[in-house]
Design a protein around this ligand. Structure first.
Ligand code: ADP
Length: 949
């Protein structure tokens, strides 16, 4: 038997030796094998056959084996089952129960070939077994397999260990339904705030008692156990849990996956838990959710409008309140909705300017505007707050709110207005105003009141002013009754009463009073000195009478002129008949025209005579018109022949034509021509004759008539304006004069020279203004009657500009006026009138640019030996449609803004007339709100310097 063993072993070992180099991975020299058998022969035999490839250690029974293992743990154990002291099964148990050895594969050798023994072997965890007798080959094969399995497992375990250790997520391995922690990587320990020693071998609930004490984790824990028992994967997202980290409670959120670990018999032995902390994300998301929630509640429930726009300022969101106000259905596509149509037209431009500016400058804005209520059409005031939004630095639209402030605004406005009105009344001393107490004392009053009553402010402060001392005894009951009524809250309409002042003068006055709001003891009283009113009234009446006369005479003049002209017009046809006509005869074949003497004079040739051809006859017509004449005539001849052949008509009347010619001096004449074509018996043209009449004067008259009619319409406006314009300076002059007079009356020595000076300066300004208005009016009538005579002289234009600007600066301190002399020259003209033109340009520039600070004057060289003078302002500008008309008499640009400026509308008309009569031109370039440039040109008489040359 031993031989048989050996023989087999030899052949096997031979193979094994042969294969040695071929299988180094399975049968490796350094692997040590423990052989346990009580039979020394068997031990020897096994040692022999295995010793060639492995380190072999032997033991006679289980106890001896365990002792040997303590010295050095083998890679594999081959053990006999039947042994004294400690048999193979007992040894196997001891090994598998020892954590240190449990992984060592054990191959049992048994002589009993029965199921029981196998099962027994497996139950205690034998990795393999062989029934004696077995072949050497089989044993070696089993050993090799076990060793390589073992190696694989070890490798896997190492890899797993490595993975676990380095994993970017927390990994823990729990064993059993109590979740005993077997392994935990650094990441998970960090999350837990524990060390491996603190957790290893302990149950989860032991380490984290709040898993049981807190409701939510307890539920999850129960479910985890349930899943564990069923062997199912369990995924939990965003589980909130509080760990103790460094002695501090730490609230975090975690995503966990519980993956069951199953043994070879498919029963769950443990769990791999993969834990990922997501606290950061959750907090960020929760913050967004919260803020979105806040925004939504705010947006939908606020009585305020909340809105968003995109970068094109189109609305992308509008809350409920806003939709309701505009009466827009909830489902409307907001981008399609033009919210601009809800803004008051007067506000829209301002709103857009402010928003665009805010977008550009990347900042918030606040503005007030009126928004239309979609249901009622009513506009209400809102305050709009907007904040630009940016995405990667690009403007992304606005987020904003609009709040209804209508009631506050209108109330505020009303209060402000009434306060302003009152302050104005009080301070301006237009009316005597006093505050009184029910006791009769006057505790505050304006100067006007004090003057009227003859008291000083000090006397008032000393409490020496009392209504009762002012009133006449017979009026006392009346006053008392009225005051009582006032105290009861009734309004006392002003009534006339007489008072006596400190100087004993009787003052007839209108008096009105009211209690101060909320007071039963204090009131306010207004007085109006009727004496003064009566004076002023009569002064006004006088001045109005004057202007009425003036307007009447103007009206009268216009009426007369109209009559005159229409009379002339009716005489026109008569005149035409008596007028000498020019006549001509055209020999078309010879290209020869016979002209009467009148023809020569009409065409501006005077006494000159020459042979007239069609070329010569049409020479002074407008370019192109000459060809027209020939073509037209050919057409008429054809027409005449046709009529002759059809109807036998021998005389053909050319239709009358009106045309103009230009004389060598540049003047134009309007002519009317007509003619006849006379045919002979056979239908040949025998003569072409015609007449020409100069209708320039007629046309001029007709044009004048038309203008006059137009002027008629403007006239009434003018009269209104004129009386107002004239009244203002006169009233103010009168005011100052009276002021000085009354000051003089009081005490001459006390008048301050400052007062006199300032009053006189004001009077002087007004007189200058009045003088200017007067001379404009005078010029107007001179122009109308053709009596404007120019007083020409040679003078330096630049000097005139300087002088005029200085004059203007003397009365206007607000604007600076700069002169740019690009060209210096002399002109031959009426210096005073040209000065007036400049004054008109300059005063207009100043007047129509209240918001600007400067005006510029440019003197430049212009075409055709002319000089141009431009006055440039940065004011309200003039609409294109008004550019032409502005130079017409009485014309003033329409529009709300323009109407608020005083003026006659004749300055530019006169300017144009004056310039045209100097052979110059006048024109305007302007745009609304951008300012205007008024320019005139004049022929140069002599130039000194051109800075550009
Ligand atoms: P007025 O006395 O009304 O100023 P003008 O004949 O001088 O009369 O001007 C006619 C109108 O032309 C003015 O009413 C005004 O509407 C317009 N106008 C004249 N100058 C300016 C200017 N510099 N800027 C804007 N508007 C002007």
């Amino acid at each position: 038997m031993a031989d048989a063993f050996l023989g087999e072993a030899d052949s096997l070992m031979g193979t094994a030796a042969n294969k040695k180099t071929g299988q180094p991975e399975t049968a490796n020299d350094t692997s040590s094998i423990l052989i346990v058998d009580d039979n020394p022969d068997m031990r020897e035999y096994l040692k022999n056959i295995l010793g060639r490839n492995f380190n072999v250690v032997t033991a006679g029974n289980g106890i001896e084996a365990l002792q040997k293992m303590q010295e050095q743990a083998p890679q594999l154990i081959v053990s006999d089952v039947m042994m004294p002291h400690m048999d193979g099964i007992q040894l196997l148990k001891a090994i598998k129960e020892n954590k240190k050895y449990e992984r060592i594969p054990v191959i049992l050798l048994t002589a009993r070939a029965g199921e029981e023994s196998r099962i027994e072997g497996y139950q205690v965890g034998a990795d393999d077994y062989l029934v004696k007798p077995f072949s050497t080959k089989e044993l070696l094969a089993r050993i090799t397999t076990q060793l390589s399995v073992r190696k694989k497992i070890e490798e896997n375990e190492k890899q797993l260990e490595y993975f676990i250790k380095k994993a970017p997520v927390g990994i823990a391995i729990y064993r059993g339904p109590e979740f005993v922690i077997e392994a935990a990587n650094d990441r998970v320990l960090e999350m837990w705030g524990k060390t491996l020693d603190e957790v290893k071998g302990r149950t989860l609930t032991d380490i984290f008692p709040n898993i049981i004490t807190d409701d939510y984790p307890r539920e999850l824990y129960k479910t985890s156990i349930d899943k564990f028992l069923k062997g199912e994967t369990f995924v939990l997202n965003e589980v909130p849990f509080t760990f103790d980290r460094n002695g501090q409670p730490y609230n975090g959120w975690y995503n966990c996956t519980y993956e069951p670990i199953q043994d070879s018999k498919s029963s769950t032995t443990g769990i791999i838990a993969v834990v990922n902390e997501v606290t950061g994300q959750v907090i960020a998301r929760k913050q967004i959710e919260e803020s979105e929630e806040r925004f939504r509640t705010l947006a939908t429930e606020f009585p305020l409008f909340v809105w968003l726009t995109n970068e094109k300022l189109q609305t992308t969101f509008l809350n409920k309140a806003g939709l309701e106000y505009f009466n827009v259905p909830q489902k409307t596509d907001l981008a399609e909705l033009s919210w601009k149509k809800f803004i008051h037209p007067a506000d829209i431009e301002r709103v857009l300017t402010v928003m665009n500016d805010a977008a550009e400058k990347q900042r918030s804005y606040t503005l007030t505007m009126r928004l239309k209520n979609g249901k009622t059409g009513e506009y209400r005031w809102f305050v709009d707050n907007g904040m630009p939004q940016f995405n990667n630095g690009n403007f992304n639209g606005f987020i904003g709110t609009s709040m209804d402030i209508h009631d506050e605004k209108t109330a505020d406005e009303k209060i402000r207005q009434s306060e302003e009105r009152f302050r104005f009344l009080f301070d301006s001393n237009v009316l005597p105003v006093a505050f009184w107490h029910i006791s009769g004392e006057i505790y505050d009053a304006n100067d006007s009141f004090l003057n009227l009553m003859g008291y000083t402010r000090e006397e008032m402060h000393e409490g020496r002013l009392d209504w009762r001392t002012f009133t006449l005894p017979e009026d006392a009951p009346l006053h008392e009754q009225r005051v009582r009524q006032a105290v009861e809250g009734k309004t006392i309409p002003p009534y006339e009463a007489k008072y006596i002042n400190k100087n004993g003068e009787l003052i007839s006055s209108l008096v009105g009073y009211a209690m101060l709001t909320g007071s039963k003891e204090r009131g306010i009283a207004f007085m109006q000195d009727i004496r003064k009113i009566k004076e002023v009234e009569s002064a006004l009446r006088q001045s109005e009478e004057k202007y009425r006369q003036l307007s009447a005479s103007l009206e009268e003049k216009v009426r007369q002129r109209t009559e005159e002209l229409s009379e002339k017009n009716s005489q026109l046809s008569q005149a035409q008949q008596i007028a000498r006509l020019g006549n001509w005869e055209w020999n078309m074949g010879k290209n020869e025209i016979l002209w009467s003497d009148e023809m020569y004079s009409i065409y501006g040739y005077g006494q000159e005579r020459f042979k007239v051809t069609i070329e010569k006859a049409t020479e002074r017509m407008a370019p192109g018109a000459a060809e027209n004449v020939i073509d037209r005539m050919k057409g008429y001849v054809a027409e005449a022949r046709r009529l002759f052949h059809e109807k036998g008509v021998k005389i053909f009347d050319n239709p009358a034509v009106e045309y103009f010619i230009v004389l060598p001096d540049g003047s134009k004449k309007i002519l009317r021509g007509g003619g006849k074509i006379i045919l002979n018996e056979s239908g040949e043209v025998s003569r072409v004759i015609g007449t020409v009449q100069d209708i320039t004067e007629n046309m001029r008259q007709i044009e004048e008539l038309r203008k006059l009619n137009e002027a008629d319409k403007l006239k009434s406006d003018f009269i209104k304006m004129a009386s107002h314009e004239l009244k203002t300076p006169v009233t103010s002059i009168k005011g100052y004069t009276q002021l000085l007079l009354s000051a003089l009356k009081e005490d001459e020595s006390k008048i301050s020279s400052l007062l006199i000076r300032s009053s006189l300066i004001s009077v002087d300004k007004q007189i200058t203004r009045l003088t200017r208005l007067m001379s404009e009016l005078l010029d107007l009538s001179k122009i109308e009657t053709g009596m404007l005579v120019l007083d020409k002289e040679l003078f330096n234009l630049n000097e005139l500009v300087i002088e005029t600007v200085q004059d203007i600066l003397y009365t206007n301190s607000k604007h600076s006026i700069n002169i740019f002399h690009d060209y210096e020259c002399e002109v031959y003209g009426d210096k005073d009138r040209l000065g007036q033109v400049l004054i008109n340009f300059l005063t207009n520039a100043v007047k129509y640019s209240p918001g600007a600070e400067k005006v510029e004057v440019w003197i430049k060289q212009s075409e055709n030996r002319c000089v141009s003078v431009s006055v440039k302002d940065f004011g309200i500008g003039i609409d294109k449609k008004d550019h032409e008309k502005i130079f017409e008499r009485f014309y003033r640009a329409g529009g709300k803004v323009e109407q608020t400026f005083p003026g006659f509308g004749i300055g530019l008309f006169i300017a144009k007339e004056v310039i045209l009569r100097h052979g110059g031109t006048i024109h305007l370039t302007s745009e609304r709100r951008k300012g205007s440039i008024f320019t005139f040109t004049l022929p140069v008489a002599g130039s000194k310097l051109n800075k550009n040359e």
